[in-house]
Design a protein around this ligand. Structure first.
Ligand code: ADP
Length: 731
């Protein structure tokens, strides 16, 4: 008998768990192991029988797009007892399973580790009573485990995200968008309660994404007399022109004395302090449900793949496979669980500072950014802060999320006392003098808006335009420029920097905030807009796959990205494609021949779908149309092939929660930097990254200008994942 891996989902379900299960099953099979599903969480291990059964390649096909978990989950009281765990051991050993990937929350991981620690004792006891044989006990002397965190709360310490959180944010943000539109129509206020007993992640991030006015989270209870503060913030934003207010409350919110703050409490404050009849919406289980977001699919696939590696090597203490900087990040399982449980303890003790610290740097940073943004108002210019005139514009292709980023930049700038100047239509607009002052109220409603109200233009100035450009900067007395844009912005910045000696008015601080659906920008893993485009592409592929129900069909689907394969590869992993064609790899007839052979073999062995994602510039010769026809010819009638170019829908989405949050985070950094430059009388040219601004002079090291992309592309970590999950072994 070869190596057998068990996979189970346990505790609360979370969208994206299926992608992890699929990745475990397929990576296991590709590595030569057999993978068994343990159905209904630990209950299935305790009950045995049909609850433990092999999962084949096809058993997990098409499950990425489904919410919940197809292998079921449960909370199992029996597993909390030694006897229950002993029974589970007997069932696992009889099936020859001594490696487990467990996808669940901290409870499930704790239980798994208990099982691992007791395993040898259980073996001897079971052997003594004859439940298992001596040979079985020797063959499976130890249990190797790996944990993958599935939890919509994002409450595990040590990992950037947990599976399901991003999907839950999608659900909440959709709900807040819907509520915001009716709220504004009736000039009515809403209180939205979201999940999170000990963790305010969902509340804080959805408040930012939804453009809410106030947020209450467990880790950082509001100060004494907080209701006066809240009422003050809400009143001020009404006076500034907002037609309604939205307050987001985490279900575990409490005051500094530990008394719960409920949505109902907040409603009463609206009534008492503002004389307003606010409405309460408790989102409840809709937050857990629905289609997994693109991120939850590709991230969970990557983690499931890494977890199989981990249980197959099995040479160290048990690990949790988490994610940091978009790569798998392993940490000792019990340390992670202990640190996570500590946070609840810290909150209970009133040690809020440490509770916030445990959530990590970027959580605190986002909390500050939210406070600043929600309390931002038009202020009297403070002479010591050197208020100035700052231009804001977009350059390059449209990226969903440009509007929320521009809104944050403008409001934060106004709050600093600056005069914010909207430049309509990029560089051509600047040259033509199409500029206007933007007020706090002008950007109301931009949080959820796709498109770019300031307009965007790909054109950047040529040599011959520099004089007019420099004149316009002078005429409009711009003291700084913020460009929210894509690759062309970096080119333009480089050029303006080079020309600053000849045209002194270019010697003002300038910064690029990265926004591009192509995700081909230096210094950032995710440019604003890329996540939305990815979600649009994945959703479209889901539909295309459904359109072919009950037929044998291959698809060649072309996605955008210019010469950067991010969109193609991430769509391929998230949507479950067999092949991805990237410009980075090039396309040859030899490779196509291999793929055609694999495709024909897959259909012959009963597969009914084959999906290839092609980057729009993968090859100048092997076009989407040509691939489609070539595959169809080689199918010889055994299956049909359809080609599809997704096109501009990818630029057209409502910005995803992540793109909005990412835009706000970068905007807040950019405005801090700009204000600092002006106060210090400096005038550098930089581009924004999550770790701060970098000088334009670094660009040559980072960028391959000919192919218009960064020299290093982090997302290539997904390539082995796609290769494993898309390569059905032939009989
Ligand atoms: P989550 O995994 O989402 O945190 P729970 O805490 O409810 O959810 O745990 C899910 C299941 O994991 C429990 O029903 C139980 O079967 C098992 N489990 C949790 N904690 C333990 C423990 N301390 N010992 C043994 N099993 C546990």
């Amino acid at each position: 008998m070869g190596v057998r891996i068990g996979v189970l989902t346990s505790g609360g379900d979370a969208p994206g768990m299926n992608a992890a299960v699929r990745a475990v099953v397929r990576s296991g099979i590709v590595a030569g192991a057999e993978v068994f599903g343990i159905f209904e969480g630990w209950q299935g291990a305790v009950d045995g029988g049909d609850f433990i059964r092999p999962l084949s390649w096809d058993d997990v096909s098409g499950i990425n797009s489904q919410g919940g978990t197809v292998i079921g989950t449960a909370r199992c009281a029996a597993f909390r007892t030694v006897e229950g765990r002993r029974t589970a051991v007997a069932h696992l050993v009889r099936h020859g399973i001594d490696r487990l990937v467990v996808i669940g929350g901290d409870g499930s991981l704790t239980g798994t580790d208990a099982l691992r620690a007791e395993w040898p004792e259980h073996l001897s006891a079971l052997r003594e009573v004859g439940t298992i044989t001596g040979a079985q006990a020797e063959q499976h002397a130890r249990l190797v485990i790996a944990g993958v965190v599935g939890s919509i709360d994002n409450d595990m310490v040590g990992t950037d995200m947990t599976i399901g959180t991003d999907s839950a944010l999608h659900r909440i943000t959709e709900a807040i968008d819907a509520i915001a539109s009716t709220a504004a129509s009736h000039q009515r206020s809403f209180i939205v309660e979201v999940m999170g007993r000990h963790c305010g992640y969902l509340a804080l991030m959805s408040a930012i994404a939804g453009g809410a006015d106030y947020v209450l989270i467990p880790e950082n209870p509001p100060e004494e007399r907080w209701h006066e503060h809240m009422a003050g913030v809400l009143r001020a934003s009404r006076e500034a022109g907002r037609r309604s207010s939205i307050v987001v409350v985490a279900e575990g919110a409490a005051d500094r004395d530990g008394n719960p703050i409920t949505a109902e409490d907040v409603r009463r404050i609206f009534a008492d302090e503002m004389g307003e009849d606010a409405r309460v919406t408790i989102l409840g289980h809709v937050q857990r449900g629905g289609t997994p977001s693109a991120y939850d699919r590709w991230m969970a696939s990557m983690l499931g793949h890494a977890a199989v590696d981990e249980v197959l090597r099995g040479d160290r203490e048990p690990q949790v496979v988490g994610v940091r900087a978009n790569r798998p990040h392993l940490m000792p399982l019990m340390d992670a669980v202990a640190a996570t449980r500590d946070v609840a303890g810290l909150i209970a003790e009133g040690n809020y500072e440490e509770a916030m610290a445990a959530r990590g740097h970027s959580f605190r940073q986002m909390y500050k950014a939210f406070r600043r943004l929600s309390e931002a108002r038009a202020r009297e210019a403070d002479p010591s802060a050197s208020p100035r005139r700052i231009g804001v514009m977009h350059v390059g292709g449209l990226a969903p999320g440009m509007n929320p980023a521009a809104k944050a930049v403008i409001r934060l700038g106004v709050d600093r006392g600056h005069t914010m100047v909207g430049i309509q239509g990029g560089f051509p607009g600047l040259i033509a003098g199409d500029l206007r002052t933007m007020t706090w109220g002008d950007v109301e409603g931009w949080s959820s808006a796709g498109g770019a109200y300031l307009g965007t233009q790909r054109a950047i100035p040529g040599e011959e335009d520099l004089y007019a450009l420099a004149r316009s900067i002078e005429t409009h007395r711009l003291d700084g420029i913020i460009i929210i844009g894509g690759f062309q912005s970096y080119r333009a910045l480089t050029m303006l920097h080079a020309e600053r000696k000849r045209f002194p008015s270019l010697g003002i601080p300038m910064v690029v905030l990265p926004a591009s659906i192509d995700n081909n920008l230096p210094g950032v893993q995710m440019a604003v807009g890329a996540d939305t485009a990815l979600n649009v592409a994945v959703e479209a592929v889901d539909r295309v796959k459904l359109s072919a129900a009950a037929t044998q069909r291959a698809f060649v689907i072309e996605v955008m990205g210019r010469r950067c394969g991010f969109l193609a590869l991430a769509t391929g992993v998230a949507a479950g494609a067999e092949r991805v064609y990237l410009q980075e790899d090039g396309l040859t007839i030899a490779r196509l021949k291999e793929d055609v052979d694999a495709m024909v073999a897959a259909f012959a062995s009963g597969q009914d779908r084959w999906l290839a994602i092609r980057n729009e510039e993968a090859s100048a010769f092997y076009t989407t149309d040509l691939l489609t026809r070539m595959f169809e010819a080689e199918g010889r009638g055994a299956f049909s092939v359809r080609g599809l170019v997704l096109g501009h829908v990818q630029q057209g989405g409502t910005p995803s929660p992540f793109d909005r949050i990412n835009g706000v985070r970068l905007a807040s950094q950019v405005m801090d930097w700009m204000t600092g430059q002006l106060a210090a009388g400096e005038a550098t040219h930089t581009f924004a990254t999550p770790d701060g601004m970098r000088s334009v002079r670094d660009l040559d090291d980072l960028v391959d200008w000919d192919v218009r992309r960064p020299k290093e592309q982090w997302w290539m970590v997904l390539r082995p994942v796609l290769e494993a999950l898309g390569s059905r072994p032939t009989a």
